[in-house]
Design a protein around this ligand. Structure first.
Ligand SMILES: C[S@@+](CC[C@H](N)C(=O)[O-])C[C@H]1O[C@@H](n2cnc3c(N)ncnc32)[C@H](O)[C@@H]1O
Length: 316
């Protein structure tokens, strides 16, 4: 079995830095909203996908053929879309932990390394089970049943750019917080493939966390949920574009919004470009920092997760 270290655990930072970042992630998870609010983000995504798929492709989620690129260690979005009748497939470098069995943990260890296996195991029992329960309830209230059973043909564990599908295989391709973790060489292979895989009437909703934004460095101290907080921090605003003293516990390709635009526009018409949190970080852009970052347009500095709605340019 070829070992593919996950994007979220492959950064070459010191053990101390890793522990520090993991501790911060743990603290942020404890501060997350409780109850239904915990899964609101996923339900909002579902509604957004439904509306935009209908608007741009004239299709509903039910029976839509969907591919998720980078479903993560817990494929919640895939499960939700499946419960609403979508025919969903997904790809990730990481083996997901679906039912918490030791055999699954061993598989993750072999494929993605020890760090990923331990993280997945702890997270599954501390957070994932509770999250699933809430999502199941929310889905039931909408008259649907959530399931985490996926056939082997629906989950691909590899670099997305290595996948092969027939042309016109999908009505929709989605991806959340993933493209910034994909090597540029892989993106150059993946993006034309996506255009080939989509039905001519299909669309892609790709939402990377843009490097040049205040959260783009992926330091936990600058995660979107805490950007406006006045908490004590070791790093400074836009640290990753300025002093660069700390590294995140993940691989980043460092692409700007302009870079994505240029990569996508070779094969797709960009129908929408929507910033999730407009103006995020404005309070931190002092005159001195502005001077230091004068080479970056505001559009870049105030990008965070940006949704690109893409339509294939021509029939492949
Ligand atoms: C930050 S996580 C986001 C997961 C999920 N989309 C979410 O919103 O929770 C990024 C995911 O992208 C995956 N990933 C990174 N590079 C990839 C690649 N080349 N092919 C497939 N998946 C990749 C990682 O393994 C990781 O699970």
């Amino acid at each position: 079995m070829r070992k593919t270290f996950s994007a979220s655990s492959s950064a070459s930072i010191s053990f101390k830095e890793k522990v520090c970042e993991l501790y911060n992630i743990f603290r942020l998870r404890l501060l997350e909203p409780k109850g239904i609010k915990k899964v609101e983000r996923l339900l909002d995504d579902l509604e957004e996908y439904s509306n935009k798929l209908f608007l741009y492709a004239g299709k509903s989620i039910e029976n839509a053929r969907i591919l998720e690129i980078g479903f993560g260690a817990r494929p919640l979005r895939m499960a939700l879309l499946k419960s609403f009748g979508a025919k969903i497939k997904g790809v990730d470098l990481d083996v997901p932990l679906l039912d918490g069995k030791i055999s699954e943990v061993v598989k993750i260890w072999k494929k993605n390394g020890m760090e990923r296996a331990i993280k997945s195991f702890i997270r599954f029992y501390l957070f994932d089970l509770a999250e699933r329960k809430i999502l199941s309830k929310a889905t039931e209230l909408r008259g649907k049943k959530l399931t985490f059973s996926f056939s082997k043909d629906d989950l691909f564990i590899c670099d997305a750019s290595e996948l092969e599908f027939d042309s016109h295989s999908f009505d929709l391709i989605i991806s959340e917080d993933v493209f910034e973790h994909i090597e540029t060489n892989s993106l150059v292979k993946l993006i034309p493939k996506m255009a080939h895989w989509l039905d001519p009437s299909g669309v892609a909703f790709i939402r990377p966390n843009i490097y040049t934004g205040i959260c783009g460095g992926h330091l936990t101290e600058w995660f979107p949920s805490v950007v406006n907080s006045d908490m004590k921090r070791r790093s400074e605003p836009w640290e990753h574009l300025r002093k660069r003293r700390f590294q995140p516990n993940t691989f980043l390709n460092r692409l700007s919004r302009k870079d994505y635009r240029s990569l996508f526009s070779q094969y797709f018409d960009i129908l929408e470009e929507e910033v999730k949190h407009p103006d995020l970080g404005r309070k931190w852009l002092t005159a001195e920092i502005q001077e230091e970052l004068k080479d970056y347009p505001y559009e870049e500095l105030f990008s965070n997760t940006v949704l690109f709605v893409l339509k294939p340019k021509k029939i492949y």
